[in-house]
Design a protein around this ligand. Structure first.
Ligand SMILES: Cc1cc2nc3c(=O)[nH]c(=O)nc-3n(C[C@H](O)[C@H](O)[C@H](O)COP(=O)(O)OP(=O)(O)OC[C@H]3O[C@@H](n4cnc5c(N)ncnc54)[C@H](O)[C@@H]3O)c2cc1C
Length: 510
């Protein structure tokens, strides 16, 4: 079995045996920087045997996959930056099947990598070595929808966009939306606590998810699938699993509070001559659009350049250093349009905004949104991408991009910034023609030290996965990380669930 390596430049992947991996721990004084994001050596899990395969084939007839061609796509992440070597893909349909799989794997000490739509961006969704891939793709049933309360209960493998369509037919929407909606699963969204484009309006999944059903590492089923807005009976255990990236349990069902479908949606795409003007536009926008504001997103001119170059998307307005996507969603078209109109008049008159266009019809709304949503995709065509998903005080969001550009000079091909201004969340991306260790050494730990210096978070919404696990100490104190280790050890004593992910290597759980 060859060992995987993180982030070679797409195919083909080079396999590097990590025999001398050292722990990276900035807080405790460790200074090893060789490859803190690379995989540690394989832990002493059992290897899969013919008897194991026989068990899985009997439990899941036709759904225990060993065909290498079919395994290919679940061994490689969306960015094509991480590759595992799993030899088995399991596709359960029911919670009971998941329970039996995990009970068996726990007894046999077989490691398991839970997988949803495999759109995660931190190397968390694919195996690192030969972990069994447990896919939720066939767990795609809506279990119930209450049109009075707006509470949807569904299996974890429902695709986000399918749920959105299901709800729209019933005059509701999902409280979250993101560029990967056509592939990502609601279970994966919950497991990563995905933020996305509507968080500004509807809040985080920590508030909208009302209940979860989770299968623990030993196969026990934890049924906390409540559908209540209020429930203060003891500790809120579901919160442990939201954002736990498959390391504490496999989420099998979700109940979630869904808002009514807005009657009127408007999208404005605006240009600003400086980031300061963009921030002032944000302030003005909050004040004047108030309760109908549902998104405030931005991209810089470099992102626009990549959209034009790689995806042949046309800029609908004149060139500007910064672009904003504003969405309003409300219940009265006339009222909303009037509010938006007044706001636009004000920001144009005060020169905060230099140009703009507004859409009220679906097709044009989608076209304007794609300018923001497709930046991630455009970046994949620009060479090797170093990706950072950072939370910062909102007024500091773009300073990091400017400082990074200056710091790297011409060593980087492109340094671009985009993200969720309304949530203080910057997506900083640095591209290079090929994977470049010298460039990486210039970016890290600079980016993490900068972030930590302003008390930001090194993972705003993507999680830590394999790639960022050893950087946790930049945003969390050692006592908190140690407590996370205790929780992991309590819920998954053999460490079979998504090993090498989320928690740093120096916790030494084995
Ligand atoms: C184009 C694009 C745009 C994106 N935009 C955003 C964005 O705006 N906001 C944002 O937050 N993210 C974004 N992402 C990242 C990604 O889509 C989200 O993290 C998404 O929530 C992952 O869902 P998934 O089903 O693909 O999970 P996967 O990628 O399959 O898995 C992600 C993690 O969750 C675990 N997991 C998956 N399912 C389960 C389960 N049922 N039980 C337990 N653990 C599980 C996996 O083990 C892994 O650690 C984007 C990604 C792409 C490619």
């Amino acid at each position: 079995m060859s060992s995987p390596t993180v982030s070679s430049n797409g195919y083909p992947f080079t396999s590097v045996q990590q025999t001398s991996f050292k722990v990276y721990s900035p807080v405790r004084g460790g200074t090893e920087r060789s490859l803190p994001s690379a995989a540690p050596p394989r832990l002493p899990f059992s290897r899969i045997t013919e008897d194991d395969l026989a068990f899985f084939r009997q439990l899941l007839p036709g759904r225990a996959i060993t065909d290498p061609d079919m395994l290919e796509s679940c061994n490689v992440d969306w960015l094509k930056s991480v590759r595992g070597n799993s030899e088995v893909l399991l596709r359960p349909r029911t919670t009971e099947e998941v329970s039996q799989i995990l009970k068996y794997c726990n007894e046999r000490n077989l490691a398991v990598s839970p997988q949803g739509g495999n759109t995660g961006l931190v190397g968390g969704s694919v195996p690192v070595f030969d972990e069994i891939v447990l896919s939720t793709a066939l767990m795609n049933q809506v279990l119930a929808f209450d049109s009075v309360s707006g509470i949807l209960t569904c299996q974890a493998g429902c695709v986000l966009e399918t749920l959105s369509q299901y709800l729209e037919e019933r005059d509701f929407i999902m409280p979250l939306d993101l560029g990967a909606k056509g592939s990502c699963h609601i279970g994966g969204n919950v497991a990563t606590n995905a933020g996305g484009l509507r968080l500004l309006r509807y809040g985080s999944l920590r508030g909208t998810v009302l209940g979860l059903e989770v299968v623990l590492a030993d196969g026990r089923v934890l049924n906390c699938l409540a559908t209540l807005r209020k429930d203060n009976t003891g500790y809120d255990l579901k919160q442990l699993f939201i954002g736990s990236e498959g390391t504490l349990g496999v989420i099998t069902a979700v109940s979630i509070l869904c808002p009514r479908k807005p009657k009127a949606v408007n999208v404005a795409f605006l240009g600003c001559s400086s980031f300061q003007n963009l921030l002032e536009t944000f302030q003005c926008c909050r004040g004047m659009l108030g309760e109908i504001l549902s998104a405030f997103e931005f991209l810089d001119a470099s992102c626009m350049g990549l959209l034009e170059k790689h995806l042949k998307i046309t800029n609908p307005i004149t060139e500007c250093p910064f672009y904003i996507v504003i969405e309003t969603a409300g219940s009265n078209a006339v009222h909303d349009e009037e509010k938006l109109h007044n706001f636009l008049e004000k920001v144009m008159a005060s020169s905060l905004v230099t140009d703009g266009t507004v859409a009220t019809e679906d097709v044009k709304i989608k076209a304007l949104w794609s300018l923001r949503e497709r930046v991630t995709e455009a970046l994949t065509h620009d060479g090797f991408t170093y990706k950072y998903d950072i939370s910062l005080p909102v007024e500091k969001i773009y300073q990091l991009v400017t400082d990074m550009r200056e710091h790297l000079g011409d060593r980087a091909k492109n340094v671009v910034g985009y993200g969720h201004v309304g949530d203080g969340n910057l997506h900083l991306n640095i591209t290079s023609p090929t994977k470049d260790p010298a460039l990486l050494a210039a970016i890290e730990p600079y980016v993490y030290e900068w972030t930590s210096g302003v008390r930001g978070s090194v993972s705003a919404e993507h999680g830590l996965g394999l790639k960022k696990r050893n950087y946790i100490y930049y945003s969390k104190p050692p006592e908190a990380v140690a407590l996370m280790g205790n929780i992991k050890a309590m819920l998954d004593p053999r460490g079979i669930l998504n090993p090498y992910k989320t928690l740093p290597d120096n916790l030494n759980l084995h």
